[in-house]
Design a protein around this ligand. Structure first.
Ligand code: MTE
Ligand code: MO
Length: 258
């Protein structure tokens, strides 16, 4: 969010409130109730004053952190996202990235090695055949993009929680981060990483994941919005230091639950 040097008297309380409400438009509404969705209530909760543009930006970031905490608090690690039938799959499934389809990264599968780093005991690299040999699961779930579309797709792969435990990840750590072949990056909370429907996905609709959908692998989480699901993963790390994410660092909410 750009910060300009307008005098505090010109701060538009209504548009700040619209931004803050949009930030809190997700499950946290249930927690805070309408009463607190006022500027006074929110600035009290976040401990921020609203005297100039810088403090407004700090305030909106604090509201976003508050939203992260509320969503993390409300997240039920056993609650399953809805699943659908084959007939409900959206065809063709949409492509989306921060670039056009002609710029999709071309990852060489034979040379590919998944890197593991951070709080992980078994820091060896993994080839694709080794990953393909892990226990397999399929899901037909809905992907929701904040750009205003949603689509039902079928992904196959291995349970991400089981994979983390297999490689000796510290599952008491706060975050799992991802680096991608196209410079995208993302991070998620550990409870979501361990959710039974969180899949390290190698397949789309019964075929190997095509380049446009994230070859050689993406993290598929039906409990999170589209931008939280990184494609073209090349490195996975476990950390207690907040890693941010490509869109999150441009103002999107970090928890990103749906
Ligand atoms: N590596 C990478 N992952 C990404 C993105 C991206 O640009 N690069 N875009 C995200 C967004 S905003 C969406 S909606 C989905 C789109 O996935 P799809 O192409 O399978 O529909 O990928 C997410 N993961
Ligand atoms: Mo998206």
């Amino acid at each position: 969010m750009p910060s300009s040097k307008k005098p505090s008297a010109k701060l538009d309380r209504e548009s700040i409130l619209i931004d803050a409400r949009r930030e809190l438009a997700m499950p946290s509404r249930r927690l805070f109730g309408k009463r607190l969705l006022t500027l006074g209530g929110l600035s009290m909760l976040t401990g921020c004053s609203l005297t100039d543009d810088d403090s407004v930006n700090k305030f909106l970031t604090a509201v976003s952190r508050l939203n992260d905490r509320a969503q993390a608090f409300l997240f039920d690690p056993k609650q399953l996202a809805p699943t659908y039938t084959e007939a409900q799959i959206t065809r063709p499934f949409p492509f989306n990235a921060f670039y056009g389809i002609d710029d999709v990264p071309d990852v060489n599968g034979a040379a590919y090695r998944l890197q593991l780093s951070g709080l992980i005991m078994g820091k060896r690299t993994w080839t694709l055949p080794e990953l393909y040999a892990l226990p397999h699961q399929e899901q037909i779930t809905r992907h929701i993009c904040v750009e205003g579309w949603s689509a039902i797709g079928r992904w196959g792969g291995t349970s991400f929680g089981d994979f983390l435990r297999r490689v000796g990840a510290d599952t008491s750590a706060k975050y799992v981060g991802f680096k991608c072949a196209d410079d995208y990056y993302e991070s998620i909370d550990m409870p979501t990483a361990l959710h039974p429907q969180t899949l390290l996905a190698f397949d789309y609709d019964g075929e190997r994941l095509p380049a446009k959908y994230g070859f050689p692998m993406k993290l598929r989480m039906p409990t999170k919005l589209g931008y939280k699901n990184p494609k073209h993963i090349v490195e996975i790390f476990v950390t207690n230091t907040y890693p941010g994410g490509y869109w999150v660092d441009q103002g999107y909410n970090w928890f990103g639950g749906s």
